[in-house]
Design a protein around this ligand. Structure first.
Ligand code: NAD
Length: 250
């Protein structure tokens, strides 16, 4: 018996680095995986890889900033894979610049993806989970929310907002058997982190600084995250809600 046997899980940003690794791990643990991404080709690649290895997964085009698209994709996932037991809010985007060099239009996009998008997803799945009296939600924030991060002011504010939103939804929905927890990655080797290195100007120096600062001596790899995410999504974490766990090498 695998931990997520018979469960249906949505992973937003499932076509990306951490999201793709999470989809694969969830399928290995027995879940039927709805791979949500605005980049449908990336989502299809992840879903096809899972199906090739004997798992159950389907790709759904979903820009989480568009409420109508969210509702449509959630309805399609439910009709094809079953009622949603697990939601992983993982889609994210960042701009790497000192705050005074950013533009209000960029703040709006950062807030739309990193905060409002996650709100849309909660709003779409919570009524069904509450009616069924069960549900697991794991929100992917960032260590930037806990300790700040130069060049990521608005992103950090969104992720901080996602943490306090998660703690509140955890309280509001505990009586419905729904848990809401947060995983905070540290620097992790994905496309998003490649953009960060680019933005920092001197990627080699940045990597040296990170490697020195991280007690476990390396930045994260996408496969470092799914174990913690699957734990919160499983019944092993049935009595844990409103909590924040850093997966960042210390
Ligand atoms: P990634 O760029 O590899 O993946 C992000 C995915 O989200 C992409 O597939 C992208 O298409 C998708 N996406 C972006 N906007 C979307 C939207 N509006 N609707 C639907 N999908 C959308 O990045 P990643 O590093 O795997 O990031 C995953 C999560 O981890 C993000 O929430 C990110 O903020 C967080 N995180 C990453 C790091 C890191 O260093 N990589 C550190 C801390 C937190």
């Amino acid at each position: 018996m695998q931990r997520l046997d018979g469960k249906t899980a949505i992973v937003t940003g499932g076509g990306g680095g951490i999201g793709g690794a999470t989809c694969r791990r969830f399928a290995q643990e027995g879940a039927r995986v709805a791979v949500f991404d605005m980049n449908i080709e990336a989502a299809q690649r992840v879903a096809a890889g899972i199906v090739e290895t004997g798992g159950v997964a389907m790709a759904f085009k979903c820009d989480i900033t568009e409420r109508a698209e969210v509702d449509e994709a959630v309805a399609a996932a439910e009709s094809q894979l079953g009622p949603i037991d697990i939601l992983i809010n993982n889609a994210g985007w960042d701009v790497f610049k000192p705050f005074t060099k950013t533009e209000p239009a960029q703040w709006a996009r950062l807030i739309a993806i990193n905060l409002t998008g996650a709100l849309h997803m909660h709003h779409a799945v919570l009524p069904g989970m509450a009616a069924r009296k069960k549900g697991r939600i794991v929100n992917i924030a960032s260590d930037a929310a806990r300790v700040g991060s130069s060049g990521e002011a608005v992103y950090a504010a969104c992720k901080g907002g996602l943490v306090s939103f998660s703690k509140t939804i955890a309280r509001e929905h505990a009586r419905h058997g729904i848990t809401v927890n947060v995983v905070c990655p540290g620097p992790t080797d994905t496309a998003l982190f490649a953009d960060y290195k680019e933005g920092a100007g001197n990627p080699e120096k940045l990597m040296e600084a990170f490697t020195r600062a991280i007690p476990l001596g390396r930045i994260g790899q996408p496969d470092d995250l799914p174990g913690a995410i699957a734990f919160f999504a499983s019944d092993d974490a049935a009595f844990i809600t409103g909590q924040v766990l850093s997966v960042s090498g210390g």
